[in-house]
Ligand binder design. Structure first.
Ligand code: TRP
Length: 453
């Protein structure tokens, strides 16, 4: 099996592709609005703790499981369970993850589709000079019909599918190697522009000053969910890349680079967006509409808004593509193991995400008032889209994370794990190992329990 497994061509390629999986809509679309809704700097502190103490150790564990299991997630986990002498059905954890990848991909494509549509609107000057009512109306019109979002989500999924049909090096790897640097250049340009506006100081204060906030369990769960989502941990996407990474890449420095890039992009996205929001006197806690309504309103007013707006939505689209391929890669590899060609597998699974994507599209129009789980108090008022997004990030990702941590920390041999990571014996390894065995499971268990009471 491992002989047939493809691999990336270099350490650089692995890091760029995995950072590309991490950096996505979660950084540029979700992070700013989640921070904005949860009060700014204080939330960022909690988010940093969740990112570094919980999600990063699990990212390393998930990559390691891929490398040691050397196959698609269900097969890799089954291989390792056999090796660890476990009789539990570990492949099940892999399968739940694969379902998670397609669910995420389905709503991801709809939001990415709107970024493409908005990039076109910005480029064609549609926003320039438009009133905020007109822009709210554009957003509503886009969502009110099924055709508009469908056209764009189809296009986005088609691009993603085509990349994944190719072999690893000419498809996934090349996309990451070109789009990630391009993304950094665009983002740097946007932050440079934002730093010249009058809102920059206020944005710095908002993002980096600690204010007292209410530490509800819901807020902590949101922070952990966002941390897992942004690092792409918990459904086997990065496990797949761990399997492709090659045996000579040292895990510690690679993970450090990936997490750093992910964090820097999230913070820079905040620094690109919030100065404009404050300079124009808009509301930082606007929620999910921050990127698709608030920003275009600003692009409509400022000089050069068409160029800045186009650059921004191009950035968002690039970030989304490199993440979406990581969501399609694991199921395609699994079907490939079952004898399917990559092309057939990619079209079938891309098609599955396409169909499921209608649930998200409908959540914005004909199912807008359908709240299927309203009989559960806390879930009342949530649309199918919100249930899918929050269910996967706040429940499936952390629970799968605990399962990975359990496999790595308690089932596999310590020495095999250390060698698999290519890490020297020492303080860093010990801290990581301790957090995988104790901190990660306890933190997540505490969160789930506290949200129940
Ligand atoms: N991390 C990506 C983002 O921030 C999304 C993503 C890609 C993802 N692959 C994943 C999330 C796997 C969870 C699991 O937008």
């Amino acid at each position: 099996m491992s002989a047939k497994l493809p691999s990336f061509s270099s350490r650089f390629a692995f890091i760029m592709v995995t950072a590309g999986a991490a950096v996505g809509l979660g950084n540029v679309w979700a992070f700013p609005f989640v921070v904005g809704m949860n009060g700014g700097g204080s939330f960022i502190v909690i988010y940093l703790l969740a990112l570094l103490l919980v999600a990063t150790p699990v990212l390393m564990a998930e990559l390691l499981l891929g490398r040691m299991g050397a196959a698609s997630p269900p097969t890799a986990l089954a291989n390792l369970a056999t090796k660890a002498g476990s009789r539990q059905k570990w492949s099940l954890v892999g399968w739940v993850g694969l379902v998670g990848t397609i669910v995420i991909l389905s709503f991801y494509a709809v939001i990415a589709g709107q970024s493409m549509a908005w990039g076109l609107l910005a480029a064609s000057g549609e926003f320039s000079g438009a009133s905020s009512d007109a822009i709210v109306a554009m957003d509503q019109d886009h969502k009110a019909t099924v055709y508009g979002p469908m056209l764009w989500h189809s296009l986005f999924l088609l691009m993603t599918t085509l990349v994944v049909t190719r072999d690893i090096r000419s498809g996934i790897e090349r996309t990451g190697k070109y789009l990630m640097p391009a993304l950094f250049v665009i983002l740097a340009g946007l932050v440079f522009y934002a730093s010249s506006t009058t809102g920059f100081g206020k944005a710095l204060d908002f993002l980096f000053n600690f204010r007292a906030i209410d530490l509800k369990p819901a807020l902590l769960i949101e922070a952990v969910g966002q941390a897992f989502f942004t690092l792409s941990v918990g459904v086997g996407g990065v496990m797949m890349f761990g399997a492709y990474m090659g045996d000579d890449v040292k895990m510690g420095p690679a993970v450090f680079a990936i997490v750093l890039m992910d964090l820097v992009v999230a913070l820079l996205a905040g620094l690109a967006i919030f100065p404009l929001v404050f300079a124009e006197g808009m509301d930082p806690s606007a929620g999910p509409g921050l990127v698709f309504i608030t920003l275009p309103v600003i692009f409509a007013r400022i000089t050069g808004g068409a160029v800045i707006g186009t650059a921004f939505f191009l950035l968002l689209t690039f970030a989304a593509i490199t993440s979406a391929i990581s969501l399609l890669a694991p199921t395609v590899q699994r079907l490939n193991e079952a004898g399917w060609s990559r092309t057939k597998a990619a079209f079938v699974m891309g098609g599955a995400a396409w169909l499921l994507g209608f649930a998200t599209i409908f959540s914005f129009n004909i199912w807008q008032d359908w709240h299927p789980l309203s009989f559960i108090g806390a879930l009342d008022g949530k649309t199918v889209f919100e249930l899918m997004r929050e269910g996967v990030s706040n429940i499936i990702l952390p629970l799968a994370g605990v399962a990975y941590a359990y496999m790595v920390g308690w089932r596999l041999k310590r020495e095999d794990v250390r060698q698999g990571l290519l890490m020297p014996e020492g303080i860093i390894f010990n801290i990581w190992y301790f957090s995988i065995r104790f901190i990660v499971p306890l933190a997540i268990a505490a969160l789930f329990l506290s949200s129940l009471v």
